[in-house]
Design a protein around this ligand. Structure first.
Ligand SMILES: [Zn+2]
Length: 302
């Protein structure tokens, strides 16, 4: 009897710490190219709430899904080639588990990347807009700023995205430094795809239209929010088939391409914005979040 009691107590002592101990990890790359999208995750053997990743001064609310070690939260982040300089940048993670807030952080070294230069000839008013157009340009820039700060959950983006055109031919790369009529301007904030006017444009991810309109530089413009700070945008459209507030499904035809705004000819401009950072949208077309996370550095939190 004594022996049995002892055995039972020993068993409880052995098992209890294992049952109460949750193990959690964060995953992020230790170095990455400027302008390129990267993946991060939080994963845990136990339930947690309020997962947030903070990168480049933007806090991004993530989802909690089944997967990984039990539960997982996925994030898609990047850096804007027009604003970010090479160097080491801090990334922060946090979540709540068993009534306690857990935090983790690390450094990501952003490597310089050579993006080509390009000389373009456009109408002079598109390089130095007439004074009377300035109020319009300012108003549009405010609307765009608000749209890009959209932060919603749940996650509506799934990788790889639906290619926006039936046939993808790149005519101008993301990151290209552009010289308009001899005057240097900020690098290209998206990819230009070959498309005759009227070509159907499909939503890369499910989401909600956060901005649609005819803008001075970008012409017919459409911004789709897909949750967790993931936004896609299309410019120079001839026709927009949805309006602000509309919900769209992945692959839905949302617009027709065109040649409106500051252009040299018809094409589709495709931008991917992650937590406010414009990144190269093309590499993501042929990869998935799971593949991207395989290159990451895994750090234990608890
Ligand atoms: Zn473009």
């Amino acid at each position: 009897m004594q022996r049995l009691k002892f055995t039972v107590i020993m068993l409880i002592l052995l098992i209890t710490p294992k049952l109460s101990h949750a193990a959690s990890w964060v995953n992020f790359p230790t170095s990455w190219d400027i302008g390129q999208a990267f993946a991060v995750s939080i994963t845990s053997t136990a339930e947690y709430t309020q997962p947030v990743v903070t990168w480049m001064d933007r806090s991004i609310s993530l989802n909690i899904e089944a997967g990984g070690a039990g539960k997982i939260s996925y994030g898609l982040l990047g850096s804007d080639v027009r604003r970010v300089k090479p160097g080491s940048y801090k990334i922060f993670f946090e979540f709540i588990q068993g009534g306690k807030k857990y935090k983790a952080s690390g450094n990501i070294y952003l490597r310089a990347r050579e993006y080509p230069k390009e000389e373009l000839r456009v109408s002079p008013k598109m390089v130095n807009p007439p004074k009377k157009e300035l109020p319009r340009i300012q108003k549009e820039s405010k609307l765009i700023g608000t749209a890009l700060r959209t932060m919603t959950t749940p996650r509506k983006w799934t990788t790889p995205p639906q290619p926006p055109l039936a046939s993808i031919t790149l005519t101008s790369n993301y990151g290209k430094q552009r010289i308009y009529n001899g005057q240097p301007r900020a690098g290209h904030n998206g990819a230009d795809l070959r498309a005759v006017t009227g070509t159907s444009v499909r939503a890369p991810f499910a989401g909600t239209i956060v901005l649609a309109g005819n803008h001075y530089y970008a012409g017919g413009s459409l911004y789709i929010d897909s949750g967790n700070g993931v936004i896609t945008a299309f410019f120079h459209l001839s026709n927009i088939l949805v309006k602000k507030g509309d919900k769209v499904t992945k692959g839905q035809i949302v617009a027709k391409s065109g040649a409106t705004g500051r252009v040299t000819g018809p094409h589709l401009h495709y931008s991917l914005i992650l937590g406010g950072q414009f990144v190269d949208p093309i590499p993501l077309l042929s990869t998935s979040i799971t593949k991207m996370l395989k290159n990451g550095n895994v750090q234990q939190v608890n």
